[in-house]
Design a protein around this ligand. Structure first.
Ligand SMILES: *[C@@H]1O[C@H](CO)[C@@H](O)[C@H](O)[C@H]1NC(C)=O
Ligand SMILES: *[C@@H]1O[C@H](CO)[C@@H](O)[C@H](O)[C@H]1NC(C)=O
Ligand SMILES: *[C@@H]1O[C@H](CO)[C@@H](O)[C@H](O)[C@H]1NC(C)=O
Ligand SMILES: *[C@@H]1O[C@H](CO)[C@@H](O)[C@H](O)[C@H]1NC(C)=O
Length: 507
């Protein structure tokens, strides 16, 4: 192990000098990248080369990436040529920028889209995922596919964070033995360790907010329907959402701006959420004084760190800072039904989710242009036929088996779905309205079960590092469509705290 780390350290020293005409690529934001493009100190090809080298040297250790795109350099060259020819006067901030995608976000190119599973290797989609078509239209370069909890951790009950049969075990770049969280593990690690400019993840309940927090990057979990889920290997359309994981709030906002909007292939949800998209996009909410006058609730039950811990002290400091920035912090609030929401055996999820998983996954698999497996039943059979590679004994596939036993959304499932909606209405939604809150705050992904059932958004920002150096984040959550004010608060918080440090690969 020490030798491996030495080798990585040596590779990093080499890479640190690998800028382009002095352009510092490590930690570069999209705005500086565009400045570099404009003043000629950086090209998109140089940028892609940097990240490909970086993946080559770091991925054996971190396993954040499953595949790199054999077409990435060509796409970069085309972006460079377009820029030089002046053919893209309206080119936006994503033009020529390499983006890494979680492996459940489909691309119609040489890359596989497998949700980490060997069962989907070789499958071909009819088209790019909705979010990917938007990124390509914005001129982004598809750099590759990132590792994840296989099937977003909806296969069995014992999956470990960041493991997939295709990608192996991903590692937290701050403390290699620490939990990297999931299921968008690879995107978060890759963003943290500068293996891509920006990344996309997906969340059903915590899959963006948790890995972003534990890998010291910014994650935006958008309101369900704000971003299209078409072409994403689904868990439940009731909760699934696609969002950015980046090193800064501003970068994440740039990516969000590019991917939001109506998609005929995810019509109902994207139509319903399109009313939330502000005219002129989201960058107008990047305000240094974004905390001024905001009403921020601190619900009981989440900041549960004992006195004397780093987390207890640092989160307390952050709440003070937030107050100093002009926000009204209202502590000791109760989400009235929090224990019912967190009661995963009885809250309705165990009835609704398996049925939704089977329907949506079967529809995804049936809609592929080619696939070795065409249904959940065939995925289950594949796992049974490949027990060693798929670690069947260790991780099981009980969720899949339970899902396969369901027979659609009937009266029982509809009752469970109504129950979940009611838990959201009577819970966080009621609390926020009663106290006229702009947001609630909590550590890491602690809010995610509460946000998930209401399709509500959250943004996590790096907040600190624990005793052993493991990162933690502060999450701002709000009602559907609250992205503008969450961005204001998250950006102002990031500006005043500037907590993020680059990873040091401690064992
Ligand atoms: C070009 O812009 C980048 C990013 O702001 C900066 O680091 C670099 O020094 C600039 N180079 C020149 C030649 O202006
Ligand atoms: C996709 O999977 C196939 C089959 O394993 C492999 O040959 C191919 O190289 C993969 N594509 C990429 C871009 O890695
Ligand atoms: C933690 O410290 C605060 C302030 O000193 C004190 O009021 C509180 O009772 C302590 N809590 C515990 C659980 O010890
Ligand atoms: C699926 O249904 C069969 C038949 O009712 C039953 O024997 C089996 O235990 C069920 N499996 C699961 C995982 O619920």
């Amino acid at each position: 192990m020490p030798r491996l780390i030495l080798a990585v350290a040596a590779a990093l020293v080499l890479l640190a000098g690998a800028g382009a005409h002095g352009f510092q690529i490590e930690e570069a934001t999209m705005d500086t990248i565009q400045q570099g493009f404009r003043n000629g100190s950086l090209s998109s090809v140089q940028l892609v080369r940097f990240y490909l080298d970086r993946i080559l040297s770091l991925n054996p250790l971190l396993r954040a990436v499953i595949e790199v795109n054999p077409d990435a350099l060509r796409q970069a060259a085309r972006a460079d040529a377009e820029r030089r020819s002046g053919k893209c006067p309206t080119a936006g901030v994503l033009h020529g920028v390499p983006v890494l995608l979680k492996d459940n976000i489909a691309t119609r190119d040489a890359l596989n889209t497998t949700a980490g599973s060997l069962a989907l290797v070789g499958s071909k989609t009819m088209r790019d995922a909705g979010a990917v078509s938007r990124l390509r239209r914005a001129g982004a370069v598809v750099l590759g596919k990132a590792n994840m909890d296989e099937w977003s951790n909806f296969r069995g009950l014992h999956g470990t964070d960041g493991w997939s049969a295709r990608g192996g075990q991903a590692k937290n770049p701050y403390v290699l033995s620490a939990d990297p969280c999931g299921s968008s593990t690879g995107p978060a690690i890759a963003a943290a360790a500068n293996m891509a400019a920006v990344t996309l993840g997906t969340e059903t309940a915590g899959s963006i907010l948790c890995p972003a927090s534990l890998n010291s990057v910014v994650g935006i979990k958008p309101t369900v329907g704000l971003t299209s889920r078409a072409g994403v290997v689904p868990s439940t359309p009731r909760q699934d959402t696609v969002g950015p994981i980046c090193r800064t709030v501003k970068d994440a906002v740039h990516v969000l701006d590019a991917i939001v909007g109506y998609d005929a292939l995810d019509a109902a949800a994207t139509h319903a959420a399109s009313k939330y998209i502000p005219h002129g996009g989201y960058t107008q909410f990047l305000k240094k004084d974004g905390l001024m006058g905001k009403r921020i609730g601190v619900p009981n039950g989440f900041f549960t760190f004992p006195n004397g811990t780093v987390q207890q002290r640092v989160y307390q400091q952050h709440l003070d800072t937030i107050r100093e920035q002009g926000a009204i912090v209202i502590e000791y609030l109760d989400i009235a039904n929090l224990s019912d929401i967190l009661d995963t055996l009885n809250n309705g999820q165990q009835i609704a989710l398996p049925a939704e998983l089977k329907l949506s996954l079967n529809a995804y698999l049936a809609g592929l242009a080619y696939s070795p497996v065409r249904s959940l039943a065939e995925v289950i059979a594949f796992n049974n036929a490949h027990p060693v590679e798929e670690k069947l004994e260790e991780f099981g596939q009980l969720i899949f088996l339970v899902a396969e036993n369901t027979t659609g959304i009937g009266a029982t499932e509809n009752a469970a779905i109504s129950q979940l909606k009611m838990l959201s209405t009577d819970g966080l939604e009621k609390l926020m309205k009663e106290h006229e809150l702009d947001a609630v705050v909590a550590p890491n992904d602690a809010l995610s079960p509460v946000l998930a059932i209401g399709g509500m958004p959250g943004i996590t920002v790096p907040a600190g590092y624990g005793k052993l150096g493991v990162p933690f984040g502060l999450c701002f959550g709000g009602l559907k469509g609250y992205e503008p004010r969450l961005i204001e608060m998250a950006y102002a918080f990031e500006e005043v705290t500037k907590v993020r440090k680059t990873p040091t690969f401690k064992p």
